[in-house]
Design a protein around this ligand. Structure first.
Ligand SMILES: NC(=O)C1=CN([C@@H]2O[C@H](COP(=O)(O)OP(=O)(O)OC[C@H]3O[C@@H](n4cnc5c(N)ncnc54)[C@H](O)[C@@H]3O)[C@@H](O)[C@H]2O)C=CC1
Ligand SMILES: O=C([O-])CC(=O)C(=O)O
Length: 332
């Protein structure tokens, strides 16, 4: 299939891939992967888009490649084509792996997704060691430490370039807070720190922009809804998977921020789960400034109220175990 794409290109006069970044999506035929691929094809910062999966990439690639936007799309199918999919990439986005069904926690996905992430990251270490990695596969609190260990083992680890994607928590927080305040979600900015599972998802409602205040009842409702947003979707989909469309939107919002940072834009700040010294834990989600080197600056949490301080302690306790689980898996 890759050959077909190349043949077709060779016969054309257009070279494609003008100025812009080369982006690979691993897991591109999945529930997140497909809408994510479509939205990245529209992104003007992308010149080349590689779509890799173990199934169905020929169809997805043929379909998306007909969109009259700038990025050149190429498809790659199965492990033998992983290296070609990754070579030369600036940004690799990973939504590969199984999603939850009702009754499962994200940690229940560990046994399958840990191995998938490890294999894909070994490919990244070999073929595009300088790429920025946006890791979506759950449980993010463990898969990011796994990826870090793979890169350390390969001697390619750059903590600034490995980012666990927690943007969906921010997107949900903005939406739910805007609903409560009667505002347009586009005007609302809620920092969400910690990690990406249950109580590790810690919205800092005391730091919402525009400045506002909440009753205790509103605080508890919002915190609970933001922490359980993923489960809300899993239950509504009733066995047909977890969030895909809002996740694809969030992934593109985050990838676009990473690309603007890589381009050298000033003041690009988003939340992400990264190697961190903000707490005593080795990884933590907080606001980071994205630049040419990736997460160039990691911001402190700022002043927390009593409710948030209690939430932080709970989040750290659970996060510590999830991080250790990822590290131990990689050392086996
Ligand atoms: N970080 C976040 O905020 C979120 C994370 N997720 C996670 O994203 C992951 C993907 O979710 P969906 O797209 O809904 O699942 P899906 O099952 O619809 O798609 C996953 C895709 O990964 C592919 N895949 C499996 N093994 C692979 C491998 N070794 N190499 C490349 N591709 C492989 C599958 O063939 C499939 O096309 C899940 O782990 C889910 O829990 C989902 C929503 C939000
Ligand atoms: O809940 C899930 O399993 C998927 C996810 O991470 C989310 O939607 O936040």
């Amino acid at each position: 299939m890759e050959e077909n794409s190349c043949l077709r290109q060779a016969k054309c006069r257009a070279k494609g891939g003008a100025a812009g970044f080369k982006v690979a999506i691993l897991g591109a035929a999945g529930g997140i992967g497909q809408p994510l691929a479509m939205l990245m094809k529209i992104n003007p910062l992308v010149s080349v888009l590689h779509l890799y999966d173990v199934v169905n990439t020929p169809g997805v690639t043929a379909d998306i490649s007909h969109m009259d936007t700038g990025a050149v799309v190429r498809g790659f199918l199965g492990q033998p084509q992983l290296e070609n999919a990754l070579t030369g990439m600036d940004l690799v986005i990973i939504p590969a792996g199984v999603p939850r069904k009702p009754g499962m926690t994200r940690d229940d996905l560990f046994n399958i997704n840990a191995g998938i992430v490890r294999t894909l990251c070994e490919g990244i270490a070999k073929c595009c060691p300088n790429a920025t990695v946006n890791l979506i596969s759950n449980p993010v609190n463990s898969t990011v430490p796994i990826a870090a260990e793979v890169f350390k083992k390969a001697g390619t680890y750059d903590p600034k370039k490995l980012l666990g994607v927690t943007m969906l928590d921010v997107v949900r927080a903005n939406t739910f807070v805007a609903e409560v305040l009667g505002l347009d979600p586009r005007d609302v900015d809620v920092p969400v720190v910690g990690g990406h599972a249950g109580v590790t998802i810690l919205p800092l409602l005391s730091q919402v922009k525009p400045p506002c205040s909440f009753t205790q009842e509103e605080t508890e409702y919002l915190t609970n809804r933001i922490q359980n947003g993923g489960t809300e979707v899993v239950e509504a989909k009733a066995g047909a998977g977890s969030a895909t469309l809002s996740m694809a939107y969030a992934a593109v919002k985050f990838a676009d921020a990473c690309l603007r940072g890589l381009r050298g834009d000033a003041g690009v700040v988003e939340c992400a789960f990264v190697a961190s010294q903000v707490t005593e834990l080795p990884f933590f989600a907080s606001k980071v400034r994205l630049g040419r080197q990736g997460a160039e600056e990691i911001f402190q949490l700022g002043p927390l109220n009593e409710y948030e301080r209690i939430g932080l302690e709970k989040a750290k306790k659970e996060l510590a175990g999830s991080i250790q689980k990822g590290i131990s898996f990689s050392k086996k």
